[in-house]
Each structure stands twice: as C-alpha cells, then as structure tokens.
Design a protein around this ligand. Structure first.
Ligand code: PLP
Length: 421
C-alpha cells in the first residue's frame, strides 16, 4: 500500500496534489511520501518484533538526508556502502552505532572514516579487506566489530544484474570457506568477530531463496560457535521485492518474511539485522514528468516526455517495468491506445515503455512513474547536460523541496578550463 491515490480526479501524494507541486517546482521531479516510507519501515520493524533486532535501511536505494532523517527518527539504522554514504548518514543525524558498513571494495580511507566516526559493524567481504581493516583499526587504536559476508550459493531468481548470492558473483566469501576465514579473523588482533552477514540479491519475489540461505546461515552459526567464535549477530541483508506492475504482481509481505526469519534463525538467540532498501523507498516515490510532444511514427505513436533515462535509468539498465499513470484521472472506460513512451536523450535506450496502453494524452499533460522511489534519483546523472531533477518530500498536506534543481550555471561552472586553452 502507498499514499499516491486519485482524489476527485487528480493524483495526490498524501494530501498534496501532484499538479500543485509541478506548478511550483517544474517538471520533471521526484516526489516521496513520508507516510509510505514510515509504513514500510514499520512493517519490517513489527515483523521482527519477537526478536532483538535492528532494521538498517539500505540507503543506496534513496539517500536524500530528509529521507534518512525521517527513517532514523522512527528508529532505523543505516546500511552504507561507501564513505560518502557514511558521511551522509552522519550528516542526517544517524549515530555511528546504528550504521553498518557493507560493500566489496571498502578503501583504507573509507574504513578510517568509519572507525574514527564510530560504526556498528563492518560486513567484511574478503581476506584482503580483513587485513586492511585490521591494520587501519590498529592505527586508529580501536577494535573493529565485524561480521563476514558469506556467499551461500543460492539462486535468488532475480535479474542477473541484481543477483548477488551465487558463487559466480563477486560478493562475500564462499560459505564452504567460512571456517578458515573466521579462523583468520580470530587471529587478527584488532578485529572483533561478532556475527555473520548474508545478502543474496534484490527484487526477490519469492521467499524460497531466503529460506535456503538462512538455513545455511543457521547451520554455519552452530558450526562457528562450536569452533569457539562468538556469533551473536546475524545480518540477513535486504532484497525483498515490490510490485512494480500493480495489476499482476504480489510479492511476499514483510510479515511472512519475518516469520521465515524467526523459523530459520530465531532459535539461535542472535540479534537480527536486516537491510531493506527497495521495499522501504520504492513505492514511496514517483517520478513526475510532462508530455512534450505526441509524435506519430510509422505504425506507432510516441509520447515524448521531459524526463529521460538520465533521470530514471531502471528501464534502460534492467529492462524494468514502471507503471506510468496520468496525473489527471482518466474517465472510467476511457479509450486506451498504445504508445512508445520515451525521453529526449539521443539514445534508443532512452525508452521507458514500448506499446504501453495509455488513455488519451496531449502535450502539457503530466504523468507519474510509480515505484520510482528506490534506485531512481540516486542513479540519475547529468547526461546530455540535463540538470539532476529536484526531489520533493510530502508530509500530510505539507511538502518541501529536499534537493533543488541546479541551475545551468552551476552545472557549467563546475568545469575548469586549463590555462593552455
Ligand atoms: C543493495 C543492498 C541492499 C538492499 O537491497 P534492496 O533490494 O534494496 O532491499 C542490502 N544490503 C546490501 C549489502 C546491498 O548491497
């Protein structure tokens, strides 16, 4: 459920008309619903209520500080994957003891940042990383709390670009090697082993791969404990999928995911962490765009929008589907015609949808891309010297621009011309 609904024939974000935001902010823009963000966070938090737990929002999904602060105020921790994300979480007021540092390529500088500023744990992904972490922790003069990310060799059955838990992926250490890698960690004097981490992929629409992976984590916990390791925290990753095509998708619910966690690892008495990103932010955001032209082509008509692949790259990158709805509610039974929906960028890949049935639309009309809150704004670029589009946060009947649209001067003046020119 989300809070983008038609009221009296117009699309609203909570109690704010999307068309009103467009009139002041201009198009295209991203708009997020506070109530939806909080609802999704709370669903996870309640699903784990029977266990000691922390929901660490994977902030790479949508990292605006206003979003981070909204979630942190509700009790969320953060999962970060870079030094920049770590600093951004801190800037939003998240204390270090609620920040988990994931990622396969943490540099010594990033590690130092987090050790100095305070960190809940590092999810370590390789032996070389472990050696660097041990060295830097020694230099900073602190013990680094770690879990080791194991790769359970489970097929997440999701898009190849977002599957991470098969042995051919770059993530984690093979679970078969866990014993020796934990022994190495225990021998390094500045590391404190506290648990196990696993994350098998994103946009999972079936619970079975989670069940397989968490069963393996449970077995591993008992094995490592028998070897004398103190396994008291299990980070079970993120990845629960969302319905992108509302008419025909019904992915599993957080409550059932919580039951699965309780069933597979609940008996171990560990503190549980999860790292959902997409499910918290995805359906809490829309990208709103204006039709620039309706163009008739050979046997097909094009809706040319002012939003493009640089603003929302998921269709070009993952062949992703987004529901695209008119901001003025179509009359019941309105005729639908197929359009190719495209942006203005000079690439054929700048296509959001092919032969999508839409009600009649004309230049100047607004459309909203649903489910664009996660991996939308954060993946945008200035390709074609198109300014990053603004982000807006709605809260009840209020809204605020949480990232303004840069001016062309700001973009152009970032270049510096060498003296010899
Ligand atoms: C991307 C990522 C997540 C979040 O995945 P979602 O599908 O957005 O829930 C969690 N943990 C790690 C380590 C990740 O890389």
């Amino acid at each position: 459920m989300d809070h983008f609904l038609y009221k009296n024939g117009a699309l609203f974000a909570e109690d704010v008309a999307i068309a009103d935001i467009a009139a002041t902010v201009g198009t295209p823009f991203y708009v997020y619903s506070t109530a939806t963000l909080l609802r999704h966070f709370t669903l996870f938090d309640e699903a784990l209520a029977g266990m000691d737990h922390l929901v660490c929002y994977a902030m790479k999904a949508a990292s605006n500080q206003a979003i981070l602060k909204t979630l942190a105020n509700a009790g969320a921790g953060m999962d970060v994957v870079s030094g920049g994300e770590y600093l951004r979480a801190k800037a939003a007021g998240v204390p270090g003891e609620r920040i988990v540092f994931s990622g396969v390529g943490k540099t010594a500088d990033e590690i130092r940042l987090a050790l100095t500023g305070g960190i809940r744990q590092f999810n370590v992904e390789s032996e070389p990383e472990m050696e660097v972490l041990n060295r830097v922790a020694g230099e900073v003069g602190v013990m680094a709390p770690i879990t080791i990310r194991v790769n359970p060799d489970v097929d997440a059955k999701t898009h190849a670009k977002i599957a991470t838990g098969k042995s051919e992926n770059k993530f984690g250490i093979p679970i078969a090697r866990a014993r020796e890698v934990y022994a190495l960690a225990a021998s390094l004097e500045n590391l404190e082993v506290i648990g196990i981490d696993v994350h098998i992929g994103s946009q999972l629409t079936d619970l079975a791969p989670f069940e397989l992976a968490y069963q393996k984590v449970a077995e591993l916990t008992e094995m490592l404990r028998s070897e004398g390791h103190n396994i008291c925290r299990l980070d079970l990753g993120g990845g629960l999928g969302i319905p992108y095509a509302r008419s025909n998708e019904a992915p599993p619910l957080p409550i059932d995911y919580g039951k699965l966690i309780e069933r597979t690892v609940g008996h171990l008495g560990c503190e549980i962490e999860i790292e959902p990103g997409r499910l918290i932010a995805g359906n809490a955001g829309c990208m709103v765009s204006e039709v620039i032209y309706v163009k008739s082509g050979e046997g097909r008509d094009f809706l040319i929008l002012d939003g493009a692949m640089n603003d929302l790259i998921r269709p070009a990158m993952y062949e992703a589907h987004h529901d695209i709805v008119p901001v003025i509610e179509p009359a019941p039974g309105a005729e639908q015609t197929p359009y190719d929906i495209v942006g203005p960028v000079c690439e054929s890949g700048d296509t959001f949808a092919k032969q999508r049935l839409m009600p009649p639309l004309a230049a100047g009309d607004l459309v909203a891309f649903r489910s664009a809150g996660a991996y939308g704004a954060v993946m945008s670029s200035e390709y074609n010297t198109r300014p990053l589009i603004p982000e807006v946060l709605v809260h009840g009947d209020q809204y605020a621009v949480i990232r303004p649209r840069p001016t062309f001067d700001e973009i152009i003046n970032r270049d510096t011309i060498p003296e010899w020119l």
